[in-house]
Design a protein around this ligand. Structure first.
Ligand code: ASP
Ligand code: MG
Length: 465
């Protein structure tokens, strides 16, 4: 069997976690499976690097130095614990070299007082470039032949949209096959840095936060593997955030479409684009617990389980509502399109839309950090007030969504949903259902999230798996 295995930051957090992760790889690699590994940075490292970059940009190197020292020590200590004497030397040398280069890059940012998206991608790439040699060292020490490679080195080629680059899948497929098939045939386990690729000019890019999941499926599709295993510190994908709902349960089967919808509606399960590369080839993704190997976790595949209409309740917080109204909105389609193109051209993401059928107003949910930018842009665009007169906002809003393919064409789902919301005495600010009927989403005040999510979770029997 050919498998891509992905380990996130928590499973790379310290030498104990890395050792456990490496043994999950070794177990399969020793059974003659072909395993490709992709890893995240050690937990928090990406955030720490972003913070160092910011400090350097504003000229505060006093803040940078101690963090960089801790980062070096954390990786060197881990190497010491994970590597036997055969690989310790080379692992230590790679870590020291990477830290030295990272330090030079930060000095560059400090001197220029400038941090472009391109340089930020270069900076954060060090997180995964530092963690991959640790996994490789651990594997070699367990008797598994292994090599650490960057996303660019294995041929993940992307556009140059720094911090959110998209893979150029055709060329990537050719390159990844060329570079990794001989490695696999030689019985060697490649450990590939998650999250990073390179553009056609050889400049390092990143695939967006949480992008290691995406790396896993890009590699999987290019290599036509049998399965992708995304190891987690939890037992798969849950029916709700267990921090909100205590009796949330593991969902055994999800379709690609359901997972994408869940990721979009705030379930922090996978990078939202993760399933896109494997969909076409119908490669299944397993989300498994790295601690309870016997539990089945969640399998994501082409067909979900149609007998369960609603699979999960999700919530996105930190949103605000903008409502635009005015006589000009009625029956003049171009006004609506101008609203959206204005927001798009200012890089404001609209999470959810609802329009009253009188057409006199539209409510849009957007992320709170983008609120000010959105308001300014709309007021400038509709500056004279004849088309759109009132623009008002509601802060501290969340979107709650129920997701599931089985609700398509099924009657009574909305009734059940909203009677549960009513019973929990929560006021709904806006409602939206896509015609795909994959979800129903609605906006509530942020303080109501816990109540409403628990009530809806129970109403659909999700607490009784
Ligand atoms: N290290 C990156 C991040 O923190 C990518 C990942 O973990 O998947 O976003
Ligand atoms: Mg992640």
């Amino acid at each position: 069997m050919r498998i891509v295995m992905k380990f996130g930051g928590v499973l790379m957090e310290d030498p104990e976690q890395i050792a456990n992760s490496a043994s999950l790889v070794a177990e399969r690699a020793k059974k003659d499976d072909e395993v490709v590994v992709t890893v995240s940075a050690m937990s928090n490292v990406t955030d720490e690097i972003i913070a160092m970059g910011e400090s350097a940009r504003i000229g505060d190197m006093e803040r940078v130095r101690p963090v960089l020292e801790r980062l070096e020590k954390r990786h060197l200590d881990a190497a010491e614990k994970l590597c036997d004497e055969k690989v310790l030397g080379e692992t230590t040398v790679s870590i020291k070299r990477l830290i030295e280069t990272l330090s030079q890059c930060l000095t560059g940012v400090f001197l220029l007082r400038e941090l472009t998206p391109r340089s930020r991608d270069l900076l954060v790439s060090f997180g995964e470039r530092l963690s991959a040699p640790l996994m490789r060292g651990a594997l070699v020490s367990k008797g598994v032949k292994s090599v650490a490679l960057t996303g660019g080195e294995v041929g993940i080629i992307t556009d140059s949209n720094y911090s959110n680059a998209k893979p150029l899948l055709n060329i990537t497929e050719v390159m990844v096959k060329d570079r990794l098939l001989p490695v696999l045939k030689g019985g060697v386990v490649p450990v590939v840095t998650g999250f990073i690729g390179q553009d056609e000019n050889g400049v390092i890019t990143t695939l967006g936060r949480g992008g290691s999941d995406y790396t896993a499926t890009i590699l999987a599709s290019s290599l036509e593997v049998d399965e992708v295993w995304i190891w987690k510190d939890v037992d798969g994908i849950m029916t709700a955030d267990p921090k909100i709902v205590e009796n949330a349960k593991t969902i055994p089967v999800l379709s690609y479409a359901e997972v994408m919808e869940m990721a979009y509606f705030g379930a922090k399960v996978l990078h939202p684009l993760t399933v896109t590369p494997v969909q076409e080839r119908r490669i299944p993704i397993r989300i498994r617990s790295a601690y309870h190997k016997s539990s089945e976790g969640t399998i994501i595949r082409e067909k979900g389980d149609g007998s369960i209409p609603v699979k999960a309740v999700t919530a996105i917080k930190d949103l605000s509502i903008i409502t635009t109204g005015g006589a000009g909105m009625i029956g003049i389609p171009s006004v609506v399109s101008r609203v959206f193109s204005t927001l798009a051209s200012h890089n404001v993401n609209v999470v959810m839309i609802s329009q009253s059928s009188s057409q006199a107003n539209i409510s849009m949910l957007i992320r709170t950090p983008e609120l000010e930018r959105a308001l300014k842009a709309l007021k400038v665009e509709f500056r004279n007030g004849d088309l759109i007169r009132d623009i008002h906002t509601i802060p501290k809003v969340a979107v709650v969504a129920i997701v599931g393919e089985g609700m398509r064409g099924m009657k009574g789902v909305a009734a059940k949903l909203f009677s549960a919301v009513a019973k929990s005495d929560v006021n709904i600010l806006a409602i939206s259902q896509g015609s795909s009927e994959l979800n129903i989403s609605f906006a509530v005040q942020e303080e109501d999230v816990k109540n409403v999510v628990s009530a809806v979770h129970e109403a659909f029997g999700l607490n009784k798996a």
